[in-house]
Ligand binder design. Structure first.
Ligand SMILES: Nc1ncnc2c1ncn2[C@@H]1O[C@H](COP(=O)(O)OP(=O)(O)OP(=O)(O)O)[C@@H](O)[C@H]1O
Ligand SMILES: [Mg+2]
Length: 251
């Protein structure tokens, strides 16, 4: 076998051993930007915590990390190595934002470095025992999702789309990529919805998977994000939407 393939197999074995305390790993994903991936990832993590699970949240959007912005987390890594996730509201979080002195500082890295950073977050971080590791992905069908699929035994991806066709086509791209690489699609979540599945219905039909639920369009999402508050902790209707989605995933 080619040495580079052997190297990937070896890395995957190490990571499997390293992450054996994590029961489930779920990627929140769409090839399209701005559809609500981070919003879904953060609220999914907080809903699972409310349901009594031990949760970790990995910001795999390495060059444009947003998880800590949504949470108003100022946490920094300590100098310790292996890396220690920062614990916030009882959730263990890792993000490249925790390397930055200023949140607005750009991270200008080429693909191989992005993959290396994701590997660090998996191989050289102390996640400990978790029921769920929720992974917030960047858009695209290249570096970040590819690295995750290569390195991690994912339970699968939750695809995120808005009602419109462009978002649905991009979510479909993500799903087809996952399937081509033998990774499961757990279902589709429709954000910024009017309550009736549209984009998600198309994607689910094409991929032969379920619509996990819809999250209605609400300005409250941006308002809570700007205030560093988590919608499922603040708003009953949004909380119920996420609980219904999470019951389908955990069930
Ligand atoms: N259901 C919703 N209703 C209204 N606004 C929403 C909803 N969900 C998310 N938003 C808003 O849409 C914007 C984009 O959301 P978010 O950052 O989660 O998308 P993303 O897919 O992670 O983007 P990126 O590809 O840049 O990482 C944010 O301002 C967020 O507050
Ligand atoms: Mg995002």
């Amino acid at each position: 076998m080619h040495p580079s393939i052997l190297q990937v197999i070896e890395q995957k074995k190490n990571i499997r051993q390293k992450l054996c305390g994590i029961k489930h790993r779920i990627g929140i994903y769409s090839a399209k930007g701005g559809v609500g991936k981070t919003t879904v990832a953060v609220n999914t993590a907080y809903t699972l915590k409310r349901m009594g699970f031990k949760v970790g949240l990995l910001d795999a959007d390495i060059d444009c990390p947003n998880v800590t912005l949504f949470l108003g987390v100022e946490g920094r890594f300590s100098d310790e190595y292996p890396l220690k996730p920062v614990e916030h509201d009882g959730i263990k979080i890792l993000s490249t934002a925790m390397f930055l002195d200023e949140a607005s500082k750009p991270i200008v890295w080429r693909g191989p470095l992005i993959g290396k950073m994701i590997r660090e977050f998996l191989e050289n971080a102390e996640w400990g025992e978790l029921d769920y590791l929720i992974i917030d992905l960047s858009p695209g069908t290249s570096d970040a999702p590819l690295s995750l699929i290569q390195l991690l035994d994912l339970d699968g991806f939750v695809l995120v789309t808005t009602p419109d066709r462009v978002a649905a086509v991009n979510a479909l791209r993500s799903g087809l990529m996952a399937k081509r690489l033998n990774t499961a699609v757990l279902g589709v979540v429709e954000t910024m919805s009017d309550g009736t599945p549209k984009g998600s219905a198309t994607v689910a039909q094409e991929l032969k998977c379920d619509v996990l639920g819809t999250i209605k369009f609400s300005r409250k999402f941006s308002e809570f994000a700007d205030a560093g508050k988590v919608p499922v902790d603040e708003d009953d209707e949004i909380r119920q939407e996420f609980i219904s989605i999470l019951k389908r995933i955990t069930g």
